[in-house]
Design a protein. Structure first.
Lengths: 354, 336, 289
């Protein structure tokens, strides 16, 4: 069984500090939903509030339509996977997995079947009798998942559980987590500061900054159509050029930057004269033989399938990314080249930008 | 006021203490999102915690001390006179400690006063000697020796640590006896022509006292020195610091909490030692604890004994405060 | 000769002096336990004998005291480990302002001379049992257990507190999240985590109780324990039977220490293998991923 989660104008304050500011959000049943943001942005507070370790100062958390106020962490239909996993070191793998059943009064015999089932689900069928410290990092991860799934929670909450793993294993576990989610079909709420994780696994992502939800959308929307300058600069690499809007025509606008007038899409319908920033993704810059921005190549880093080019246009540093199959010959340092901008976004300047 | 009226008053004190704690907890600014004590522990465990700590702190620590102090201000009376007109609070037990009489104050109680100050003086010397003697070992174990050797040394140290004080004192008595090994050896070497009375001259006592608590200094010192990063010493040596400079200005400041706690502990134990002076003391030996002991079991004067015990306690408190002041440490750092 | 050599020589000489001081008196006493003269004499060695051990084990007072000491030790463990546990948990939860006062109260017995603890225990319980009509509580063994526990519980608290500070509150939250009640968290997660510290505290409590003299000699009243019997004997006059007792105690201690060391080494070795196996698994997994 799965349930939707509704954050209803939820605010959490710690004394004078506002950790989460009027979060309003509906997470659909069975969705893989991620909160993405830098550390201290309030994403962990949201997770702990949903799981019941923190009470909202204002507003409410509703799970499956039911207000969770006054319901303790041990009574909610949620299960939390901790950042450090918090596996019980003095119990065996099977006892860890069966713990939720044990506290519900099931004897070891009664819970055996379910424990075996769960261990099979996470491909640890034969490891039940081992102690936790005899497992590898990836196996521990799976134990934590199996333990959380034991009592069939309607919502699984994950607090950066992959952050302790090596890069390669982390990528492997992303696929596996996604597969498990699809198998069990319940709502997953995932917290991370790693955009790669959020983009690869999630149905939808909420980008958070300083306690506020800046944008909610699927990965592509967030990357291609950021709503705020924070989202544009936090998700993925970008070149930001501040300036003032010169004119607007339909969906696009022209902005006067230190590199001269440049045009881009104008999703927020900024009016002429307002302060704005132009965001250009490194892969939206292309060398051109015709007219364009003139820039000096300062460094070229070859990364196999990609080539990372550092440029200097006037006094402004720019980054360009060339794919191996793009058909451009990488320039060499010291060269001056002309650049074309294939896609750019104009967004208002907020004090919350990085 | 009659002294026996004191008891209900003293029995009220725990409630005063509890109320004090409660008031203190009210003063504390309310921390954000803290689970209450009852909720965090569950009812059963909460009750256990409160009962256990209440029993321990009040009935095993605070009240006994208060009763002892209260008794020290009462006169020694036969049971029939208790609660009578003569049962009043008085300083006579303390007066006795100073003047050797409950009324007359013309002469000092030189026997008890000398014993008291000798005890403190010798305890300080013994502690100092023990520190100097055990510091090199602690340093060697913490910074020089290999892990395997440290393990062996710790094993060697732990074995004698658990032999009780009485037997340790007994060992010294055997060794220093008139026909003991030391005397025989010294005579055999021609240094002495007849046995020397080590016991009567307190040599055995002072050595026995030093021996009794030596190891209690090694362990805290070892722990304190061990946490020092070896590279600091190497850096200092590299910069040309002489060895004594390294110890005085690098190792010892780092180990200050350990040194303070070890020395305080040894000082307390030495000045409060009972077994060693009883076993190793000669008839002319002056030590304070046996005098306290005698107040109870020779003179059967409990109020006076209480007064003497309280004087010893106050001395210890003064010492702890002095050490804390001198080293600028908090009690928590020292008793780690 | 280089200064390095001199340093080494000096270290060696110092070690020799230190350990001679530490073991010399015990060794001499040990020898007297096996020497025939009726006065404890190490030299000259007049003949080997087990006689003094026979005398020792035929001594009813010593045996009575031993039995009492062991019984008291067990009760002290049973009382001071729970007290120390409660003390440590309260220490961790009490608010900041009250903590320093609380700390002062519960740690003070460690820095109080044992005789004073003994005296105050006797005085308080004499009056208290009379006042409340529980005179049966005024018993040497009861008072000794209470008096010793007042400071031994503080040792236990310090040991348990050290481990408690390494406790990951996340484990508590994980258990709550899985549906455990707060009481279940205590018994399923916190207590098992503290078990090693409680075991060490128990061992320390027993040994401290067994060897205690200063508090016991007051609190035991008319009764006697091994140490008070010993003290009485030693004051009356020395006999090699006491040396024999010391030898027995040393032997038991050393045996215990060796067993402890062996168990610990085996444990360490096992943990090492486990750790290495887990690391190998990690490496394998990386390759597979």
């Amino acid at each position: 069984m799965t349930a939707d989660v509704h954050l209803d104008a939820m605010t959490v304050r710690f004394g004078p500090f506002t950790a989460v500011d009027r979060a309003e959000l509906r997470i659909a049943p069975g969705e893989f939903f991620s909160f993405l943001g830098p550390s201290g942005c309030g994403k962990t507070t949201i997770l702990r509030t949903i799981s019941g370790f923190i009470d909202p100062t204002e507003g409410a958390v509703r799970i499956g339509g039911k207000d969770m106020a006054g319901i303790g962490a041990n009574k909610r239909p949620t299960a939390l996977i901790f950042q450090n996993l918090a596996l019980f070191p003095m119990m065996s793998v099977a006892d860890n997995v069966g713990y939720a059943l044990r506290v519900r009064g099931q004897s070891r015999k009664q819970r055996q079947k379910r424990v075996d089932e769960l261990l099979d689900l996470v491909a640890l069928g034969d490891q039940g009798s081992k102690m936790v410290d005899e497992l590898s990092g990836g196996q521990r991860q799976r134990v934590a998942i199996a333990r959380a799934l034991a009592v069939e929670p309607q919502v699984l909450l994950l607090d950066e559980p992959l952050s302790a793993l090596d890069l390669k294993l982390r990528q492997h576990m992303r696929r596996e987590l996604r597969a498990i989610q699809q198998r069990v079909g319940i709502t997953f709420i995932y917290i991370t500061h790693d955009q790669g994780e959020a983009l690869t696994m999630s149905d939808r992502i909420a980008v958070m900054n300083r306690g506020r939800i800046e944008q909610v959308g699927d990965g592509r929307t967030i990357y291609d159509h950021p709503d705020t300058d924070f989202v544009a600069s936090f998700v993925g690499e970008t070149n930001a050029l501040p300036g003032r809007v010169l004119e607007m025509t339909g969906e696009t606008a022209v902005i006067e930057t230190e590199l001269g007038p440049l045009s881009g899409v104008n999703p927020r319908k900024l009016m002429r004269g307002s302060a704005a920033k132009l965001f250009i993704r490194p892969e939206a810059l292309r060398p051109t033989s015709g007219e364009g921005l003139s820039a000096l190549v300062t460094a070229v880093a070859y990364e196999g399938n990609l080539t990372h080019v550092s440029l200097l246009a006037g006094a402004t540093p720019l980054a360009m990314l060339l794919g191996a199959g793009d058909g451009f010959a990488p320039p060499s340092p010291g060269e001056t080249i002309n650049l074309a901008v294939t896609h750019a976004t104009i967004l208002p300047v907020s004090d919350a930008g990085i | 006021m009659l002294a026996s009226d004191g008891h209900p008053f003293v029995l009220l004190l725990p409630f005063v203490v509890v109320a004090g704690f409660w008031l203190l907890s009210l003063l504390d600014p309310k921390p954000v999102h803290r689970v209450s004590f009852w909720k965090r522990n569950g009812t059963a465990v909460s009750i256990f915690l409160i009962v256990a700590v209440g029993l321990w702190a009040l009935f095993m620590i605070v009240l006994p001390q208060l009763f002892m102090v209260e008794m020290s201000f009462r006169p020694k009376l036969p049971p029939t006179a208790m609660g009578g007109a003569r049962d009043i609070y008085t300083f006579e037990n303390y007066r006795y400690f100073l003047y050797g009489s409950t009324r007359d104050s013309s002469n000092w109680n030189s026997l008890h006063l000398t014993a008291f100050f000798t005890t403190i003086f010798v305890s300080v010397l013994v502690t100092l000697f023990n520190f100097l003697f055990s510091y090199p070992l602690a340093f060697y174990m913490a910074q020089v020796a290999t892990a395997a050797r440290v393990r062996l040394l710790l094993l060697l140290l732990i074995a004698p640590y658990w032999i009780n004080e009485v037997l340790r004192a007994f060992a010294f008595r055997v060794m220093f006896a008139g026909s003991g090994v030391i005397n025989r050896a010294l005579q055999g070497l021609g240094i002495l022509s007849e046995p020397f009375d080590f016991l009567g001259n307190n040599v055995a006592l002072y050595m026995g006292l030093s021996y009794a608590y030596l190891l209690l200094l090694v362990f805290p010192l070892y722990n304190a020195v061990e946490s020092l990063d070896r590279r600091q010493i190497e850096a200092a040596r590299d910069l040309g610091a002489p060895w004594w400079h390294i110890h005085l200005f690098i190792v010892m400041p780092h180990a200050k909490p350990g040194i303070a706690s070890g020395c305080t502990l040894v000082l307390m134990l030495t000045s409060g030692a009972l077994a060693a002076p009883l076993v190793l003391g000669g008839p002319r030996t002056l030590w304070f604890t046996p005098i306290v002991y005698d107040r109870f079991y020779q003179a059967f004067n409990w109020p006076q004994g209480s007064a003497y015990a309280f004087i010893l306690l106050l001395t210890c408190v003064a010492f702890v405060l002095l050490v804390l002041r001198l080293t600028k440490l908090s009690l928590g750092e020292m008793t780690k | 000769m280089s200064s390095r050599h001199i340093l080494k020589l000096m270290t060696g000489f110092y070690m020799l002096v230190f350990f001679t001081y530490l073991f010399g008196p015990l060794a001499i006493m040990g020898v007297t336990a096996f020497n025939t003269p009726s006065y404890p004499q190490a030299f000259p060695f007049e003949g080997f004998t087990w006689h003094w051990f026979d005398v020792l084990f035929a001594d009813s007072d010593v045996l009575y005291g031993l039995k009492k000491s062991l019984t008291i030790g067990v009760f002290v463990v049973l009382l001071s480990v729970p007290l120390g546990l409660a003390g440590a948990l309260v220490m961790q939860q009490i608010n900041r302002r009250a903590r320093s006062l609380y700390y002062l109260v519960v740690v003070s017995p460690v820095l109080t001379p044992g005789v004073i603890i003994g005296i105050s225990t006797v005085i308080f319980w004499r009056d208290f049992t009379t006042l409340t009509g529980m005179r049966f509580m005024y018993d040497g063994m009861v008072l000794t257990v209470l008096g010793q526990s007042s400071f031994i519980a503080a040792y236990c608290m310090l040991i348990i507190l050290a481990r408690l500070q390494r406790f990951d509150r996340g484990l508590e939250e994980a258990a709550l999240d899985l549906g455990a009640s707060h009481t279940q968290v205590f018994f399923h997660v916190l207590l098992p985590f503290l078990r090693p510290a409680m075991l060490s505290a128990g061992v320390l409590a027993f040994l401290s109780s067994f060897e205690n003299y200063n508090t016991t000699t007051f609190a035991i009243l008319a009764d006697k324990t091994l140490t008070t019997v010993l003290a009485g004997r030693v004051r009356q006059g020395t006999t090699p039977a006491l040396s024999a007792l010391a030898v027995t105690i040393i032997a038991v201690t050393v045996l215990g220490a060796i067993v402890y060391e062996v168990v610990k080494r085996r444990e360490d070795a096992r943990r090492d293998t486990k750790l290495r196996a887990a690391e190998a698994l990690d490496a394998q997994e990386m390759v597979a991923a």
